[in-house]
Design a protein around this ligand. Structure first.
Ligand code: SF4
Length: 288
């Protein structure tokens, strides 16, 4: 067996490419991106992606249930609903909806801000592309400008009841705050990369994506030597992405979905187990 510490870059790439190929679109049901794939039109997909990623905390089944109820309230026509959105008319319909600390007004404020953005830019893709600068070292910086505009738009235009608590701000994860911002980087991966899972609707460089770090990614990245860090901070996201760039400089984040499946689908135990680990495509580079 090749010892992990001696594994060459070529070997790492070969095994991670195998892992990437093993977890194709047939695994989509284990991820909130499945909600985005329910729609065929890009205008519906991009609004659903913003909502699905904003609510991507907790168990996948709970996220999907909450998002499904949001889409039902939007008559399963996200773009039409947002572009014709009237908060005064809609507030009563949403009264009973909630997801953890998120209240109806939090979601409705996001939808109303998106309506105003769409009036200006026609698509969310054109909007985020307008915020991109060549000097942005990663797309979190670009998205942070979008979050600022959403918050300014909310301040200027929202005239109705505001929910108590932190729900609205929480929904708009801001990478400039230096936290991992997993949900923002997840949305960017979905919308910028293109393969059978990610949609590639937004014309931005895949080389500037950062990996969305959660506990699964951090733990397995540590096992296979992509990072030495033991937290889920933005620094860890940068370190893992920089290591992955040595394997694929143009599309480093392509490995995210597959690595994450090992954790989400409980294929990767926290302690090495012979049967599970021998079947693992990245066994030969695992340090655990
Ligand atoms: S070899 Fe075992 S511990 Fe290592 S990544 Fe694979 S399943 Fe996880």
């Amino acid at each position: 067996m090749i010892r992990p510490r001696n594994a060459t870059l070529r070997k790492r790439k070969q095994l991670l490419d195998n892992l990437y190929n093993a977890f194709d679109a047939s695994y989509i049901a284990s991820d909130p991106i499945q909600m985005v794939h329910r729609f065929e039109q890009p205008c519906d997909q991009e609004i659903t992606a913003v909502l699905a990623s904003a609510m991507a905390f907790g168990q996948v089944a709970q996220i999907n249930k909450a998002l499904s109820s949001v889409l039902t309230l939007m008559n399963n026509q996200p773009h039409y609903y947002v572009t014709h959105f009237d908060p005064e008319r809609e507030l009563p319909r949403w009264q009973k909806w909630y997801y953890r600390m998120i209240r109806p007004e939090d979601v409705l404020r996001v939808l109303y801000a998106l309506k105003i953005i769409l009036q200006k830019h026609q698509t969310l893709g054109k909007w985020i592309e307008s915020h991109y600068r060549n000097e942005d070292v990663h797309l979190g910086i670009t998205w942070s400008r979008c979050v600022d505009e959403l918050k300014d738009t909310d301040k200027k235009h929202w005239q109705w009841r505001r929910a108590l608590g932190v729900g609205f701000t929480f929904l708009l994860a801001d990478p400039s705050k230096k936290s991992a911002c997993k949900r923002a980087f997840l949305m960017l991966r979905w919308m910028v990369r293109k393969d059978s899972i990610d949609l590639g609707l937004w014309n931005l460089p895949t080389s500037k994506l950062l990996i969305p770090v959660d506990t699964h990614i951090q733990r397995i990245a540590l096992y296979i030597g992509l990072t030495k860090r033991t937290d889920t901070s933005q620094k860890t996201a940068i370190e893992i992405t920089d290591t992955l760039k040595k394997l694929d400089a143009i599309d480093p984040v392509k490995y995210d979905f597959a690595i994450c499946r090992l954790g989400i689908l409980k294929m990767c135990p926290r302690k090495r187990r012979i049967v599970q680990c021998h079947a693992c495509p990245i066994y030969d580079i695992c340090l655990l």
